[in-house]
Design a protein around this ligand. Structure first.
Ligand code: SF4
Length: 545
């Protein structure tokens, strides 16, 4: 589904949304991505697309100037994502078209496989396996229609101001990308290290933004019409991974690096590239390998399970080999391909080492280092996610306005950040550029009015709140409530053993206080169920009926 701003001549207005049932969690999944598919759908006259049923043979779909066709994709089976994208652009006759595809991991129904979109991704939740189950190898879209706007002159004026604002305000993003957070997050003792066993990584100087900028950066990667270009294109120039190239980001670096005990940036780039080609979510893939490394070091799995791989923390080659094992479902890789939930159900005795919420493993932050992040992971509708769950880093670690270890006030903070993110994601713009168009927690709505002709100013946050409660109602319908919001044992039962926050604990009792405040703030009951009063206030009553 595209948003009302998707495809308009505004900075980074290329986002669109995928919604499905998640193979990784078994629950609700929404995913937000850049790329050209959303824009091209609108140029074809569509706001979105619903794909039902499944093919008897491998198929891809083309949408050209609004005409939909189903094509034989048998020759694409087994192909990596990059190769398939080129074929899909050819199929609609333009490399300006939009395309999405899945890699070999999704063909094998790996539950942590992703959907590659014009070299960006619907990364989390295993949406790739949904396409795999439909035998749908990809989709290509191209249209030349004009996307109407209510006030073109005003939109033009807003665009000029926003581009200027972003060039002046986002210099660090352009120069260093999101890797700029690697070092501060580590210094604050919040960096997941060796399967979240501790929160400070001693080898950070070899993989932080300065090391990347000085030794690996070969250019920027930008989503369409984005002056920020926050993607850092990195290339390995020497050593065993020479020639490897990937777009690196904070989360991938944190999880493929410190969380696997790896300080060789060459191995991180090569692993990132491998995940992209095989169509594996880099974050969940890295966390599954980190789990395997801990199990191996504890003697709970052996080389017999890993087919000879010395699966230890810090072993870059093992990281790459284990990712391949998962994508190919070989050896222990077949079990790991089932995701955290699948492993837990097959091996309940491994629970102390399984780090996930609702089946999704976390992003590259340890919540024992800032408690709003604990709520983020716990209450995100799709699992332990830092995006839709609410990115509290700026508020808790940078603004100076919050004590990161305080419990009070975190419920309303997370609630507000989540609602902000929900409305911004539904617009079709990138969260990084939102401020340049006054989409803050006190939104002006001028851009929406110029685009659509309707006054939106005071409604945006309410729309965000409605989205979040509606998604929660889907979870409630599926039987998920407070119990499903609990954090894994590692966060609630283990004190941080070393580093800047050594000894720090977040007990179950403390976490329950956070949850209570959050539910109260949302107007849900103490079991995490959306109440009748809240449904009525948000205009959701009829949905329940
Ligand atoms: S800020 Fe980064 S993620 Fe957002 S649109 Fe620009 S390049 Fe893409």
């Amino acid at each position: 589904m595209a948003g009302p701003l998707t495809g308009l001549p505004l900075p980074a207005a290329t986002k669109f949304q995928l919604t499905t049932k998640s193979p990784e969690t078994g629950g609700y999944l929404c995913s937000n991505c850049s790329g050209r598919v959303g824009t091209q759908l609108k140029r074809c006259g569509f706001d979105g697309m619903i794909i039902e049923g499944k093919g008897s043979d491998w198929t891809y779909i083309t949408v050209k100037e609004g005409e939909v066709a189903f094509e034989d994709a048998s020759s694409l089976k087994g192909k990596k994502t990059g190769e398939t994208l080129e074929t899909l652009y050819d199929a609609v006759g333009s490399n300006k078209g939009g395309a999405l595809t899945v890699g070999p991991a999704a063909e094998r129904l790996v539950r942590i496989s992703y959907v590659c979109v014009d070299r960006r991704a619907f990364g989390r939740g295993g949406a790739g396996a949904v396409l795999g189950s439909k035998k749908l190898k990809g989709l290509a879209v191209f249209g030349t229609g004009i996307i109407p706007v209510a006030d073109p002159r005003k939109v033009d004026e807003i665009r000029t101001g926003a581009f200027k604002n972003l060039r002046e305000s986002r210099g660090n993003h352009t120069k260093y990308g999101t890797a700029q957070y690697i070092q501060p997050i580590n210094e604050l003792g919040c960096m997941p290290t060796r399967n979240f066993q501790t929160t400070y990584f001693e080898g950070i100087g070899k993989i932080d933004h300065i090391a990347i900028f000085d030794n690996y950066k070969i250019g920027n990667s930008a989503c369409d019409r984005c002056p920020v270009a926050c993607g850092t294109l990195a290339e390995v120039k020497e050593g065993p991974y020479k020639g490897a190239k990937a777009r690196t980001e904070f989360e991938n670096i944190g999880l493929l690096g410190p969380n696997c005990g790896i300080d060789d940036f060459g191995a991180i780039v090569a692993a990132n590239q491998l995940c992209d080609e095989l169509g594996l979510d880099t974050m969940s893939g890295a966390n599954m390998v980190a789990l395997a490394m801990e199990l191996f070091e504890r003697g709970l799995i052996t080389k017999k399970d890993t087919l000879g791989i010395e699966c230890r923390f810090g072993n870059g080659k093992a990281l790459l080999d284990m990712l391949t094992l998962i994508a190919e479902r070989r050896g222990i890789g077949d079990l790991l391909a089932e995701g955290m939930k699948g492993v837990e159900s097959a091996k309940p005795e491994w629970k102390p080492y399984l780090v996930h919420v609702k089946g999704m493993s976390p992003a590259a932050y340890d919540p024992r280092g800032f408690y709003g992040n604990a709520l983020t992971y716990g209450t995100s509708v799709r699992g332990a996610c830092h995006n839709v769950g609410g990115w509290t880093i700026r508020a808790e670690l940078q603004s100076g306005r919050y004590d990161r270890f305080a419990l009070e006030g975190k419920g309303s903070l997370v609630h507000t950040i989540q609602d902000n993110r929900a409305y911004v994601d539904s617009l079709g713009i990138c969260t990084v550029v939102r401020g340049s168009m006054e989409f803050s927690d006190n939104p002006k709505g001028e851009t929406m009015e110029a685009a659509t002709g309707y006054p939106f100013t005071r409604q945006l946050l309410e729309i965000g709140s409605r989205i979040y409660s509606m998604e929660r109602m889907i979870l409630n319908r599926e039987g998920l409530a407070r119990k499903g919001d609990m954090l894994p044992d590692r966060f609630l039962k283990e004190a941080v053993p070393s580093g800047p926050i050594a000894g720090q604990v977040l007990t179950e009792e403390m976490y329950n206080r956070l949850l209570d405040e959050y539910y109260d703030s949302r107007g849900w009951d103490r079991n995490g169920v959306v109440t009748e009063g809240t449904r009525e206030r948000l205009g959701l009553k009829e949905l329940t009926a």
